[in-house]
Design a protein around this ligand. Structure first.
Ligand code: PLP
Length: 394
C-alpha cells in the first residue's frame, strides 16, 4: 500500500497515474480544458456525479499527481498546488477569514508572509496581532474572542528560532481557531506539523521541493473537510493554480528530495561547526547543534537539523560583505533550498523593508548572515568558508 511506504519510496512512486502509453516518467498534461463524450457526460461532470477534470484552473492531471504525492509525504488528506509559495500562504489564510476576524501570527515571518497578515488582511477588516512566537504565553495573551487563525513558521527566517508547534496547536484547539504552519525551513522530511496538531501546512515548493532553482510553486495541505469548506471554492474562483509544466518539474524535483536534503544538512552542519569555533564569528545558530537556544523543542518536534545556518560576523556589515564577497563556491543569492550553496545578508536584502526596531526584535543585526547549504562536497564548502574568513579583516 502506497500509504505505508516510507518517504523516499513515496517520493519516487506515490501518486503516479499513467496514460495508456505506460510512460515511465510522469506525463505533462499541458491542457487548459477537457472534452466530454456527449452533453450528458458534461452535465454529469459539472454536477459532480462523475469524477474527472473540468478546467485546469480547478485541477489537472499532472498537478493532481503532485498534490497526491505531497499528501502521501505529509500525511494529509487533500492538497491544492499553487503557482508560488505566496499564493499558497495567502490562499490558506484569506480563504478562512472574514471582516471582524482576528489573526495571531509569530512576528518572525518571511517578508511577504508578514505583509499578508500585517498589511493586507487589515485592509479587509481582519485584524492581526504579531507576537514573539517563542513563548506560548505571548500567544495566549494575544487571543481575543474573535481569533480565528494562528500562523507561524518554524524554524524562522533568517535566525532559525523555533516555535513549539504542538503547544500553539493545543491553544488553537482550545479556542476553536485553526493553526497554519509554513513548513518551508523545516522541509516535509524533518517536521510534520499535522502530526503535531496543526490544521493546515503550506510550502513554497520553490525551495527544497524543486531544489534546483528552476520554477516557483507552492502547496496547501490539510484535511479534506477543511479544504472542502474553506479552500475549494476560493481556489477555483481566485485562480492561483500552478502551471502543469511547473507541477511536472516539482514532481521530478521531489523524487530526489531526501538525497538532497540529507547532503544539504550534512553540509550545513559541517559549516556550522567550523563557524562556531571561529574567532571572527560572534554567534552561530544552527538547529542541529546542541548549543541552539531552543534545543529541547527541536528535539521534541524535528527529526533532523536544518539545511540553513544563521551566524553573526564580528565587525558587522563590512565583515559580512567581505566574507560573502570572498566566497568562491557559495553564491550570493536570497533564495534557499537550492542544490547550489547560497548566502545572503538579510539586513540589506530580504529584511531591508523592516524598521531597525523590527529587525532588532528578530535578532537580525548588521553582521547577520544566512547560509543555505547546497549539495556540494562538504570539504570543499568548509575550505571555501575557512579561506573566505581568513580574507576578512578583523
Ligand atoms: C520563499 C518562502 C515563501 C514564499 O514562497 P515563493 O515561492 O517565493 O512565493 C514563503 N515562506 C517561506 C518561509 C519562504 O521561504
Amino acid at each position: 500500500m502506497s500509504s505505508s511506504w516510507r518517504p523516499a519510496t513515496q517520493l519516487v512512486h506515490g501518486g503516479t497515474t499513467r496514460s495508456n502509453h505506460g510512460e515511465t516518467s510522469e506525463a505533462i498534461f499541458l491542457t487548459q480544458g477537457f472534452v466530454y463524450e456527449n452533453s450528458a457526460a458534461a452535465e454529469a461532470r459539472f454536477k459532480g456525479e462523475t469524477d474527472g477534470f473540468i478546467y485546469a484552473r480547478y485541477g489537472s492531471p499532472t498537478n493532481d499527481m503532485f498534490e497526491k504525492r505531497m499528501c502521501l509525504l505529509e500525511g494529509a488528506e487533500d492538497a491544492r498546488a499553487t503557482a508560488s509559495g505566496m499564493a499558497a500562504v495567502s490562499a490558506a489564510i484569506l480563504c478562512q477569514v472574514k471582516a471582524g476576524d482576528h489573526i495571531v501570527a509569530a512576528r518572525a515571518l518571511f517578508g511577504s508572509c508578514r505583509w499578508v497578515v500585517e498589511t493586507l488582511a487589515p485592509k479587509y477588516g481582519v485584524e492581526c496581532t504579531l507576537v514573539d512566537g517563542r513563548d506560548i504565553a505571548n500567544w495566549e495573551a494575544a487571543v481575543r474572542p474573535n481569533t480565528k487563525v494562528f500562523f507561524l513558521e518554524s524554524p524562522t527566517n533568517p535566525t532559525l528560532e523555533v516555535v513549539d508547534v504542538a503547544a500553539v496547536a493545543a491553544l488553537a484547539n482550545s479556542i476553536g481557531a485553526k493553526l497554519v504552519v509554513d513548513n518551508v525551513f523545516a522541509t516535509p522530511l524533518f517536521q510534520k506539523p499535522l502530526e503535531l496538531g496543526a490544521h493546515v501546512v503550506v510550502y513554497s515548493a520553490t525551495k527544497h521541493i524543486d531544489g534546483q532553482g528552476r520554477c516557483l510553486g507552492g502547496v496547501v495541505l490539510s484535511s479534506k473537510e477543511w479544504i472542502d469548506e474553506n479552500l475549494h471554492d476560493y481556489f477555483r474562483h481566485t485562480g492561483p493554480a500552478l502551471s502543469p509544466f511547473n507541477a511536472w518539474t516539482l514532481l521530478k524535483g521531489i523524487e530526489t528530495l531526501p538525497l538532497r536534503v540529507r547532503q544539504q544538512t550534512a553540509n550545513a552542519s559541517a559549516v556550522a561547526d567550523l563557524l562556531a569555533g571561529h574567532s571572527k564569528v560572534a554567534k552561530v545558530i544552527y538547529p542541529g547543534r546542541a548549543d541552539h537556544p531552543q534545543a529541547d523543542i527541536i528535539a521534541k518536534q524535528m527529526s533532523g537539523g536544518s539545511t540553513l545556518v544563521a551566524f553573526e560576523m564580528k565587525g558587522g556589515k563590512q565583515a559580512a560583505f567581505a566574507l560573502q564577497d570572498a566566497l568562491e563556491i557559495v553564491k550570493i543569492s536570497n533564495n534557499l533550498g537550492d542544490s547550489k550553496s547560497l548566502i545572503t545578508h538579510p539586513a540589506t536584502t530580504t529584511h531591508k523593508n523592516l524598521s531597525d526596531e523590527a529587525r532588532a526584535e528578530l535578532g537580525i543585526s548588521d553582521g547577520t548572515v544566512r547560509l543555505s547549504a547546497g549539495i556540494e562536497d562538504a570539504e570543499d564548502l568548509v575550505a571555501d568558508f575557512a579561506r573566505a574568513l581568513d580574507a576578512v579583516q578583523a
